[in-house]
Design a protein. Sequence first.
Length: 190
Amino acid sequence: MSVKERPAASPSPGVGDRPAGADQWFAVLRIATGLIFVWAFVDKLFGFGYATPAAKSWLSGGSPTKGFLGNVEVGPFQSMFHAWAGAPWADWLFMLALLGIGAAVTLGVAMRLSAVAGTVLLVMMWAAEWPLATLTAAGKPSGSTNPLIDYHIIFALVLIVAALFGAGRTWGLGRQWEKLAVVRANPWLR
């Protein structure tokens, strides 16, 4: 009587091999998150009436940072954000960040750099809302619904996960980007 050998146990899903469809779902998250940044840029530039009315668009002479940073009512960085509100350097930097991060993430290129830049921007926006506080500087309720995790943190985590799992290679230009000589010589550009 021969004893059959048991087949080696297959690795758990996600260990070594990703489950079927995982790359596509990472790509969907990447593209959706990239488009959030692109939309914020476009709405602030043209003022389509969602977050930015046409009269306050950047093209109409409005400031992309004045409304948000000028109305910070809570947190230890309140005075710093008020000082930045409406400053031309802050407007340009903010708009370039929205466009650069949004385009790169949507296209699937420079994912590591975009994840870092996007996380920095999102953490700064989190700090401007300062969800840790229950009251504003004026003593009114802050409206915070969660002291730590809000949409800024979730989006930052999506950017980090997308970069870690190479989400730009599926339905994006990540593979072509990684073949560029400058990117091969500077892996931080991946």
